[in-house]
Design a protein around this ligand. Sequence first.
Ligand SMILES: Cc1cc2nc3c(=O)[nH]c(=O)nc-3n(C[C@H](O)[C@H](O)[C@H](O)COP(=O)(O)OP(=O)(O)OC[C@H]3O[C@@H](n4cnc5c(N)ncnc54)[C@H](O)[C@@H]3O)c2cc1C
Length: 401
Amino acid sequence: MDIALSDELRAFQAEVRSFLEDNLTPEFREASRLCTTIVAEHEATMAWQRILYRQGWAAPNWPVEHGGTGWDPMRRYLFAAEYARAGALRLVPQGLSMVAHAIMGHGSAEQKAFYLPRILSGEDVWCQGYSEPGSGSDLASLQCRAVADGDDYIINGSKIWTTSAHYADRMFCLVRTKTMGKPQAGITFLLLEMDTPGLTVEPIHILGGDHEFNQVFFEDVRVPQANRLGAENEGWTVAKYLLEFERGGDARAARQRTRLDEARRLASARRRSDGRSLLEEPGFAADLAALEIELTTVEFTEMRTMAEIAKRGSPGPASSMLKTRSTEVQMAISELAMRAIGYYAAPHQPEERLAGANLEPLGQRDEMSITARYLNDRAGSIYGGSNEIQRNIMAKLVLGM
Ligand SMILES: Cc1cc2nc3c(=O)[nH]c(=O)nc-3n(C[C@H](O)[C@H](O)[C@H](O)COP(=O)(O)OP(=O)(O)OC[C@H]3O[C@@H](n4cnc5c(N)ncnc54)[C@H](O)[C@@H]3O)c2cc1C
């Protein structure tokens, strides 16, 4: 098999690399390095999105007619790899990588024309209102109620674990519009504005100390019926279509490769009392090598998923396999990084992790995020649908069990 890049692809790779070198300022790199959750500090993330937007690269996976790059899977892969290697900030995924695809696949011409350009430019930041206090894995049991009233719906209920709701402009939301019959057949998909009267956002702090997600309360929140995506009571189809992109439409392996390289660097920098590096310790070296192999399998699964997207337009059930394996590998990498810094994983020093902090940390500055990242990465097997649920999906849709 010839895996050498053609001259054309090498030129593309060089163009991406030089753009990232020129535009990723030390401030952007620092914000990315200190990031312990899905996205880094909000202002920096949005400023970076504006730069990518001006370059025409904010949405590598979108079709050209909506402002995407039109790149083939190989170019998208090379871009993602260069992006991760350079330590570029991850963009807020709920708009660009989730609801945008649902709007392209199920929205009216007016909805596409209104929402997509705003997502691309970063004018609108989105959050996802699927989970509820009593409905997570069994999402179809959701109870947040929308009752038709003239041209509007009136919503009452609550959503929970809503990532980014504290700075989002809009939410895509699943609501119950019918209580009789099969639960899946009574759900509607709505797009709403976060400053609508009656909607409130309460913070929830996660294990590593960060504020990433929230609980959202609806009290007689009025949303125009024109904001519905797809038909009334047919939101489940839209919701499932979107979830395939949440679980499979993103380039995770390249980011994980950067994290694994970081763990290796941290381990090689540490000296044991006999002066040797942790990398020379057989137990650590074996675990690192095993993880390296696991990550390579994730990379290949990702390429297979991209080929599936190119063929059928959406990732399909392979996205469940990718989500499961990549989050398991991600968790193992952050555990290895913790082992690499030894005792320095223990101090809790959240202030030192803030961008521009001038406090002297215990340990090295580049070790500051390791423990919080380890703690926050535990969520990987839960978000996007728990890994147990992904295994159920694979058993049913891939293995036909
Ligand atoms: C960091 C993070 C960010 C999130 N962001 C969002 C967001 O932005 N928007 C949003 O809507 N939601 C979000 N979620 C919620 C997430 O989608 C749910 O937590 C997830 O679907 C699991 O639901 P649950 O928490 O109610 O757990 P439960 O459904 O109560 O599950 C509890 C445990 O039981 C297991 N289990 C349940 N049913 C089965 C079954 N049938 N077979 C085998 N095992 C089963 C699960 O795997 C899990 O281990 C986020 C979650 C996290 C952790």
